[in-house]
Ligand binder design. Structure first.
Ligand code: HEM
Length: 198
């Protein structure tokens, strides 16, 4: 057993952690969109707020072991450089989009429980959040593809670009289909007009 093989193991453990964070983000965003009370929304915001505790150590483990393996065995490789770039894009999306928007929702949550107010509903249904989450998931999958096949620079770049485009598209389509089956969003969009009492 060499230090290199331990690095490969830790690298893959880091990748598993990253995908656990991606799954939590997807579940958290879905729960937030479906929340009908302030207490439910607060719980899901808490899940999203805790993502950094999974993402950051996983990302650092991947990076440290990845750089070690590149330096000791592989030398300069386009797929590795592009993986670093992909990780930077994932981190920026995580902090600047999910983190910032979840923080804004947390600040707007009233202290008392009750139904989610109309003003907050539009924030919970924000289409940028699922698009960003799917883009992060797709970039991570694209990186795993490149890690496994170690393709040439143009192919590795094309894989990440296509993954990004598919991720954003899937996020937007899923948001629309989810909205169609989400009674909270349908009420907010006027699908069930509230009749005033005679
Ligand atoms: C989201 C980021 C990343 C994920 C999910 C990821 C995932 C993986 C996976 C699953 C493998 C195993 C592939 C195989 O054995 O065929 C692998 C291998 C590898 N990764 Fe990454 N990786 C990421 C980022 C990086 C970065 C940034 C670097 C370098 C700076 C890197 C360097 C390597 C190297 C050198 C191998 C080859 C190990 C070997 O086959 O001996 N990875 N990666």
């Amino acid at each position: 057993m060499s230090l290199y093989s331990i690095s490969v193991f830790l690298h893959i453990v880091g990748a598993l952690g990253l995908f656990a964070g991606i799954a939590l983000e997807q579940v958290g965003l879905r729960g937030l969109r479906r929340a009908s009370t302030i207490a439910q929304a607060r719980e899901w915001v808490r899940v999203l707020g805790g993502l950094r505790r999974v993402d950051a150590p996983s990302g650092l483990t991947i990076l440290a072991t990845g750089i070690y393996m590149i330096v000791t065995r592989w030398g300069e490789q386009a797929w590795a450089g592009l993986a670093i770039l992909g990780m930077v894009v994932m981190a920026v999306l995580g902090v600047a989009v999910t983190g910032r928007r979840a923080g804004a929702i947390a600040k707007e949550l009233p202290l008392d429980d009750g139904p989610v107010p109309q003003s907050l509903r539009s924030r919970l249904d924000d289409s940028v959040l699922p698009a960003s989450a799917s883009a992060r998931a797709a970039i991570a999958l694209g990186i795993v593809f490149n890690m496994s096949l170690k393709p040439s620079a143009p192919l590795a770049a094309a894989v990440l670009l296509v993954a990004l485009a598919i991720g954003v598209a899937v996020g937007m389509i899923r948001r629309q289909t989810d909205q169609g089956s989400n009674p909270n969003a349908r009420i907010a969009n006027g699908a069930f007009p509230v009749r005033s009492k005679p």
